[in-house]
Design a protein around this ligand. Sequence first.
Ligand SMILES: [Zn+2]
Length: 124
Amino acid sequence: MPIIKLRETDFEQQCIVCGGTRAVLLRDLQAGVTIAAGVADPDVIALPPCLKCGACEFLIRSPAGPTTTAAVAGTRDDRAQSHRLLVDQLHARLTREGRTSVVVANASGDGRATAPASEVLGTT
Ligand SMILES: [Zn+2]
């Protein structure tokens, strides 16, 4: 799961199942996933399956608002916070570039969206 490094067109990620590292292209991603017929979660980014083991992982953006905990450099909390910041940066970039799922793009203000089943099928 951990994002190791966010680059211009991709990021380096370590698979939580097999431990392998890989480059995930940003063009293969979108912000938001369909979680049920016509219902989307705009905070989630689905990663393509791991090429080695097939694991499917998801990244979840932090809740809105400033982080309230301070992390000490080099600790587990520090690495977790670094990962969260990278996920938030990635989510913001995808959203800014308009790479959101169809259902999320049609969302009303509450972040949860409904859409006709035909649109949901189109996002998978
Ligand atoms: Zn794997």
